[in-house]
Design a protein around this ligand. Structure first.
Ligand code: SAM
Length: 238
């Protein structure tokens, strides 16, 4: 499988970090009293894995992360914290190739569902429906835009570390009726001067709420919105 994060991994974890203070509490609420085990799909560097662990202090967690570079960050984060090390298992495959527990309390797919085409999503819903324990659920977010429209370049995030400022810029163009190509540019500045630039493109499959409802219905699953509208988060249950 192609690692779309190979060249951007060094920026991804620090650029995801500012999103998690808002996402974490909504995820924690959505997972309240859910039984383990919990699968964290596309765990990246593990901000979500840590939020799940904080929300469910006794649950076993399986963090699935196919990108070797991001998985290095994830393993280090898990290894550094004894509360994670004892109960987080990191799997190196993509979700559709990974061997998941037979029964699941939850599946968390934050900032990742666009990496799966419609056939891949159907496999996820089928696997979820077959594995969910009573009281179990999935939590995911849908990121704008929902339609295949061009997105002009904008600065998505800026992080200062030491003397350097790291900026993530994004623009997108349609790549099909329900598909975008995101072109990201990661720019580094020091003392106000540019010192580095890395450009990366990602394929992203679009999913509307309406389509999500239709895809899940086939498997007897129902999504409901959770958290503030701008988080775009859904809880999926039977
Ligand atoms: C934007 S990052 C999100 C990371 C993390 N979930 C977060 O919200 O901070 C998307 C992640 O999905 C992972 N990913 C891509 N394709 C995947 C697949 N088929 N199965 C599992 N993870 C995948 C990428 O390697 C990357 O770590």
């Amino acid at each position: 499988m192609v690692d779309q994060y190979e060249r951007s991994a060094e920026f991804i974890d620090v650029m995801m970090a500012p999103r998690w203070p808002a996402l974490g509490p909504v995820l924690a609420e959505a997972l309240r009293e859910v039984p383990g085990p919990v699968v964290d799909v596309g765990a990246g560097g593990g901000h979500g894995t840590r939020a799940i662990a904080n929300a469910l202090p006794d649950a076993e967690i399986v963090a699935v992360e196919p990108s070797p570079a991001l998985r290095s960050v994830l393993l280090a984060r898990v290894n550094d914290d004894p509360r994670l090390r004892d109960r987080v298992t990191v799997l190196p495959e993509g979700l559709l190739e990974a061997e998941l527990p037979d029964r699941l309390g939850a599946l968390v797919a934050m900032n990742v569902i666009g990496h799966f085409d419609p056939a891949g999503r159907n496999r996820i819903w089928e696997s979820l429906a077959g594995r969910l324990l009573p009281g179990g659920r999935a939590v995911l977010n849908l990121q704008p835009p929902a339609e295949a429209v061009a997105v002009p370049e904008f600065r998505a995030v800026e992080v200062r570390i030491g003397r350097r400022v790291y900026e993530g810029w994004g623009r997108a163009e349609p790549a099909g009726p329900d598909r975008l190509t995101w072109h990201m540019t990661y720019r580094t500045h020091q003392d106000g001067k540019p010192v580095g630039e890395v450009g990366v493109s990602y394929d992203w499959w679009l999913l509307t709420e309406e389509r999500l409802v239709g895809e899940l219905e086939v498997y007897g699953l129902v999504p409901s919105r959770t958290g503030p509208a701008e988080a775009g988060m859904y809880v999926i249950a039977r």
